[in-house]
Design a protein around this ligand. Sequence first.
Ligand SMILES: Nc1ncnc2c1ncn2[C@@H]1O[C@H](COP(=O)(O)OP(=O)(O)OP(=O)(O)O)[C@@H](O)[C@H]1O
Ligand SMILES: [Mg+2]
Length: 256
Amino acid sequence: MSLLEVTALEAGYDDALILRGVTLHAEADEIVAVIGPNGAGKSTLLKAVYGLVTHKGGTVSFDGTNVTGMRADRLTRRGLNFVPQTDNVFASLTVADNVQMGSLGLPKGERKDAVAHVHALLPILGERSRQRAGTLSGGQRKLVAIARALVTRPKLLLLDEPSAGLSPQAMDLVFDQLVEINELGIGIVMVEQNARRALALAARGYVLDGGRNAIDGPGAELLNDPKVAELYLGGAGTTASSSTSTNTPSGMNPAT
Ligand SMILES: Nc1ncnc2c1ncn2[C@@H]1O[C@H](COP(=O)(O)OP(=O)(O)OP(=O)(O)O)[C@@H](O)[C@H]1O
Ligand SMILES: [Mg+2]
């Protein structure tokens, strides 16, 4: 059984059914990319897994337990955490205080070690520890948000568009850090508009369309699949590692 197993998940908002049966799995040693056009239900998928939207069908299992519909704070305690696309740092607090906030769900005796561990992982936090998060660059802010999630000692992180709004340079910083985090054995499921870049890193990719699975497979395979390229990557192209290859159809924004 996989660390995260999502099976035929249906979810939505009030009466609206948005996810119409999505299936996905992820392991602790994997980066998994979820891509697809605007409105496909990518963010809703992450929120549904993390217990933030109304569950309407299907199952989520995490680390061997059926956690379908479980509250977010309980999932965090079990080792699953979520970094939303926006509103993910406290702008008026310092970097150190933001990270500290993330540790509050841990037993008191473990907080200091957990914070120190994350500072060792992301040295940039130490350099900026007294700076207010609102005055950081976009990439740095994103890393603080990821740090806040990491401090809860997750086994798997759900990341909604970690590269959105970042310059190519900041994007490199964030993606490099994600690879390092994953190398420590922390699984990552990331939704990305920057689909080529995400697929290039991903063990597996899932294309969502209309709230359903459209295509999935190894990241490299999807990158080279002409149908995926035509429908979801903005035409043919093999510049998988180029941070400028962000032109995608269906209103996907270049994340620069
Ligand atoms: N809070 C909400 N209340 C009602 N409908 C919502 C809400 N959030 C999203 N939706 C609807 O759910 C559908 C899927 O939205 P979602 O945000 O999951 O798409 P997405 O794939 O993440 O798109 P994007 O690439 O633009 O971020 C859209 O039709 C959207 O209008
Ligand atoms: Mg979204």
